[in-house]
Design a protein around this ligand. Structure first.
Ligand SMILES: Nc1ncnc2c1ncn2[C@@H]1O[C@H](COP(=O)(O)OP(=O)(O)OP(=O)(O)O)[C@@H](O)[C@H]1O
Ligand SMILES: [Mg+2]
Length: 198
C-alpha cells in the first residue's frame, strides 16, 4: 500500500541537514510498523513525507500505486483528508475549542453534526476522557491532550494511521491500550472492553 523508494530529505539552503538518506520501505495493507530511532534521526520527517505534508528532496512515494510527486496540491489534500489519520507529536489541538469540539472539527464539513458528535463522544469514552469533554486543552495534562488527538484521529477512520510518538506522554496502562490497537473495527466499548483508553 505504501512504497518508498530512495527517499532523501535535506533541510536548509546554506547549511544542509540530511534528515533522511536513501530510505526504501514497503508497508502492506493491515501492516503495523514501528519506527525506532534517536531524537533527530528523522522519524517525524519520515511520517510527514508519507502523510503528504512534506515533499522529499528526491525519491518516490507511492500510495496504492499512485505517485505522490505527480499529484496536484488538490489531490494531495484529498489524499490527506480521505486516507491519512495523523496523531502529531505536539498534538495540534485548537486552544479555543473544547475537547469534544476538537475531536469533531475536522469532520464537521463532511457530515451531520449530531452524528459526528455521537461518534466523538464514543471515541472520547474509549480513550477514557468522558469527564473532560467540555474542558479546554489548557486544562488538560500532556497525556490527556494526546488522548484527545488519538480520539480525533479515530473518528476519521483513516486507512493509514500515522502516529508520531503516540505514547510519549502516556502512562503504562494507556500505552498498552494504544499499542494493542488494531484498527477502528475492533473498538467496542459496548462489550465493556476497550482497546484504546483507560
Ligand atoms: N524544518 C526543518 N528545517 C531544518 N531542519 C529540520 C527541519 N525539520 C527537521 N529538521 C532536522 O532534521 C532532523 C530530523 O528531524 P525529525 O524531527 O524528523 O527527528 P525525529 O527523529 O522525529 O526526532 P524526535 O525524536 O526528537 O522527535 C533533525 O536533525 C532536525 O533538526
Ligand atoms: Mg519527532
Amino acid at each position: 500500500m505504501i512504497k518508498l523508494q530512495d527517499i532523501v530529505m535535506n533541510f536548509g539552503e546554506n547549511t544542509i541537514t540530511t534528515a533522511l538518506k536513501n530510505i526504501t520501505l514497503e508497508i502492506a495493507r493491515n501492516d503495523w510498523i514501528t519506527v525506532l530511532g534517536a531524537s533527530g534521526s528523522g522519524k517525524t520527517t519520515l511520517l510527514n513525507i508519507i502523510g503528504g505534508i512534506l515533499k522529499p528532496t528526491s525519491g518516490i512515494v507511492q500510495i496504492d500505486g499512485a505517485n505522490l510527486n505527480d499529484m496536484s496540491r488538490a489531490n494531495i489534500q484529498e489524499y490527506r483528508r480521505k486516507k491519512i489519520g495523523f496523531v502529531y507529536q505536539d498534538y495540534k489541538l485548537f486552544n479555543q475549542y473544547t475537547v469534544i469540539e476538537n475531536v469533531m472539527v475536522p469532520q464537521l464539513p463532511y457530515g451531520k453534526r449530531n452524528e459526528i458528535e455521537e461518534k466523538a463522544r464514543h471515541h472520547l469514552e474509549e480513550v477514557g476522557l468522558n469527564h473532560r469533554m467540555n474542558h479546554f486543552p489548557k486544562e488538560l495534562s500532556g497525556g490527556e491532550k494526546q488522548r484527545v488527538a488519538i480520539a480525533r484521529t479515530l473518528l476519521m477512520e483513516p486507512e493509514i494511521l500515522l502516529c508520531d510518538e503516540p505514547t510519549g506522554n502516556l502512562d503504562r496502562k494507556n500505552t498498552e491500550n494504544v499499542m494493542n490497537y488494531n484498527g477502528p473495527k475492533i473498538l467496542d466499548s459496548k462489550k465493556g472492553y476497550v482497546k484504546v483508553g483507560l
